[in-house]
Design a protein around this ligand. Structure first.
Ligand SMILES: *Cc1c(COP(=O)(O)O)cnc(C)c1O
Length: 376
């Protein structure tokens, strides 16, 4: 142990590091081939051109501190969602807000509840606040809301629900969520993580399913904070902008733990413009829906059983150690997300729906590296 271990509290020493998807440069250096990155659910069509122009236009002003209150974007989001300005908080990505929620509501002696095989940041933010995370088993690769209710006690302050879930892609429907919230005790706040809302909303309309009316909960000042992101559908992952909608009183407490100026002026400008770009949005959603169907069908033809996805990614069991398959795919120039380690699914992978060309390359590589390995 180094000399700093004694200085660092146990709750920090015990933390696992967040392991991001492998960077393209690193994978290319390892494999010596050009990579297609399908490991982090980024938008294959890149950022909206309107957002890019807005960022370029704002670049000349970066010697001035950004607006700490992000008033322009909050006003825009309040109108967009039909909520009050005071019910909106803008943060450096949804990840930043997950951390703020944990630090605001949790402390040693309290606990948070979520599902196993859900987003790997929930354990990290909970434990870094000194609290315990209870992860209940899944039901059919999705959230088991009854089990979550049963795990809640008087020391529970937060429930994390990823809807759609990352990595399995499953959803909790609007009716299921209504019933769940009605059963919740008043000492609990639900962090309703809708990082993939736009994709799920689009797919649900196509499939005739009632996916989410989370913003209604906010209008009713229920114990819910809805998290959204500009990193996925809007293609601005490196810009670091996300936001939350919740009860005004709670949003005010959350804002106290926000690092000053954490959202940059470029981030605010880019997000504003991205909201205006219907064309980029619809193109991204339409392509994802079509490609998700195609990739899922091909996976089934190859003998896999992908979980029905409501996002821009698919989850499936590979029937072998996912790290080994990942390595073979990488040697074919494809970067996916093996779900061993913190994700808790040793034999599963998650693959992002890319452009039609990228998906075809993925399927060809998968066919090559699993040839003869799959039964049937
Ligand atoms: C990607 C993702 C986030 C983080 O989004 P950022 O806005 O980039 O921080 C949060 N939750 C889930 C479930 C995600 O998959």
């Amino acid at each position: 142990m180094g000399k700093f271990a004694e200085l660092v509290p146990e709750r920090v020493r015990a933390l696992a590091s967040y392991v991001p998807g492998k960077r393209i440069q690193q994978a290319e250096a390892e494999s010596g081939v050009k990579m297609i990155k399908l490991g982090s659910n980024e938008n294959p069509f890149g950022p909206s051109p309107l957002a890019l122009n807005a960022i370029k236009a704002a670049a000349g002003g970066i010697h001035i501190y950004p607006d700490n209150e992000t008033v322009t974007l909050r006003e825009r989001l309040a109108v967009h969602h039909g909520v009050m300005f005071e019910q909106v908080i803008v943060t450096a990505g949804a990840n930043n807000l997950l951390d703020i929620l944990a630090r605001t509501l949790l402390a040693p002696g309290f606990n948070a509840v979520t599902s196993e095989r859900s987003y790997i940041l929930y354990p990290i933010v909970t434990r870094s606040a000194g609290a315990e995370l209870r992860q209940v088993p899944m039901r059919d690769d999705g959230y088991d809301l009854d089990a979550i209710c049963d795990a809640i006690d008087s020391d529970t302050r937060l429930v994390f629900i990823a809807n759609p879930n990352n990595p399995t892609g499953s959803i909790v429907t609007a009716q299921e969520m209504d019933r769940f919230l009605d059963r919740l005790p008043e000492n609990v706040v639900v962090a309703l993580d809708e990082a993939y809302f736009e994709y799920a909303d689009w797919l649900a309309r196509e499939r005739g399913v009632d996916y989410s009316h989370s913003v209604d909960y906010v209008r009713q000042e229920r114990n819910v904070v809805v998290l959204r992101s500009f990193s996925k559908a809007y293609g601005l992952a490196a810009l670091r902008v996300g936001y939350g909608l919740g009860p005004a009183e709670l949003i005010n407490f959350l804002a106290r733990l926000k690092t000053p100026f954490v959202v940059s002026s470029l981030g605010e400008a880019g997000a504003m413009a991205a909201l205006d770009d219907r064309e980029h949005y619809e193109r991204s959603m339409r392509s994802n829906a079509a490609q998700l169907a195609t990739v899922s069908r091909h996976l089934r033809e190859l003998g896999f059983a992908p979980v029905e996805s409501w996002g821009n990614f698919v989850y499936f069991d590979t029937g072998e150690d996912a790290t080994a398959l990942d390595r073979r795919l990488q040697s074919h120039g494809i970067l996916v997300r093996p779900l061993n380690g913190s994700w808790g699914a040793r034999t599963a992978i998650r693959v992002t729906i890319g452009s039609p060309q990228e998906n075809q390359s993925f399927l060809e590589a998968l066919r090559d590296v699993t040839r003869g390995a799959i039964a049937g």
